[in-house]
Design a protein around this ligand. Structure first.
Ligand code: SAH
Length: 270
């Protein structure tokens, strides 16, 4: 039995066992007992996760993969005791799941060889649920992995970098070539690890912060003075040198400072 790769689900099955092991080993296993794998496919990563200590939940949208997993990983054998299963298979779309309900607010790590077509949305959902996610790792299209981990000054630095790094330390771990997948994707892949910062709440209004970052990068070539026009900044504030910069020049800390300046701008319409 095998699963037919479906393009619309972003299915590229990893066939290199050493890389699967290396991705599983990207988890530090510190600060949680539960691991959630997104898009297990035929379970190449899952079997290495199960060798580790944590409880493993896999979430997969493809019913054919689900049937494969149920046959390959008999759940009953993996049950630790009656109250808590060691291994759970959930058939569903990760983007539509209520993580708080499923994990009853217990801390979890998220891992996966992610479907590349929804990889940014997966990261945004993890950021939204950061209260329960101390660690997040896995494989992305290389360019996306770089965008998430890049620092200011780089061409690929953008919304994803700032919003992720506001709450997580981001490390680019290693690059994976197309040849180790079936079918091979057109691009290189990159594995990263995000470790939640000790202090992961912002000293400014988070909604305003998100809005400032997104608005600034929507016109990434323009100076902030012009791209942030819709915030109705006062003339005095527009004179502040920070508004003569472009978004890719600002660090996460600079964006926090910028948000606080905008929040405290006396004459602006709120
Ligand atoms: N982890 C496997 C498969 C990677 S391919 C491996 O490394 O070989 C990506 C997987 O994500 C596929 O199995 C695909 O069916 C699944 N997937 C795609 N969209 C999903 C979604 N919204 N929620 C959960 N799984 C999804």
């Amino acid at each position: 039995m095998t699963v037919r790769a479906k393009k619309h689900l972003g299915q590229h099955f990893l066939k290199d066992e050493n890389i699967a092991q290396k991705i599983a080993d990207s988890l530090s296993e510190v600060g949680y007992d539960h691991v959630l794998e997104i898009g297990p496919g035929m379970g190449v990563l899952t079997k290495y996760l199960l060798k580790k200590k944590p409880h493993v939940t896999v979430m997969e949208i493809d019913t054919e993969s689900i049937a494969y997993l149920q046959e390959t990983f008999p759940i009953e054998n993996l049950q630790l005791d009656t109250s808590e299963k060691k291994f759970r298979i959930i058939n569903g779309d990760f983007l539509r799941q209520n993580l708080t309900e499923i994990f009853q607010n217990k801390p979890i790590a998220i891992i996966g060889n992610y479907p590349y077509n929804i990889s940014s949305q997966i990261v945004f959902k993890a950021i939204e649920n950061r209260d329960m996610i101390p660690e997040f790792s896995g494989m992305f299209q290389k360019e996306v992995a770089q965008r998430i981990t890049e620092k200011e000054g780089s061409k690929t630095y953008g919304i994803l970098s700032v919003l992720t790094q506001a709450f997580y330390h981001a490390e680019y771990l290693f690059t994976v070539p197309p040849t180790v997948f079936n079918p091979p994707p057109k691009v290189d892949s990159g594995v990263l690890r995000l470790t939640r910062k000790e202090n992961y709440s912002l000293p400014v209004d988070e909604k305003l912060f998100f809005r400032v970052v997104k608005t600034a990068f929507n016109q990434r070539r323009k100076m902030l003075r012009s791209s942030l026009k819709s915030f109705n900044l006062s003339l005095t504030l527009k004179e502040d040198p920070i508004f003569a910069s472009r978004p890719e020049q600002l660090s996460v800390q600079d964006f926090i400072t910028l948000t606080s300046k905008i929040a405290n701008d006396g004459t602006r319409d709120h």
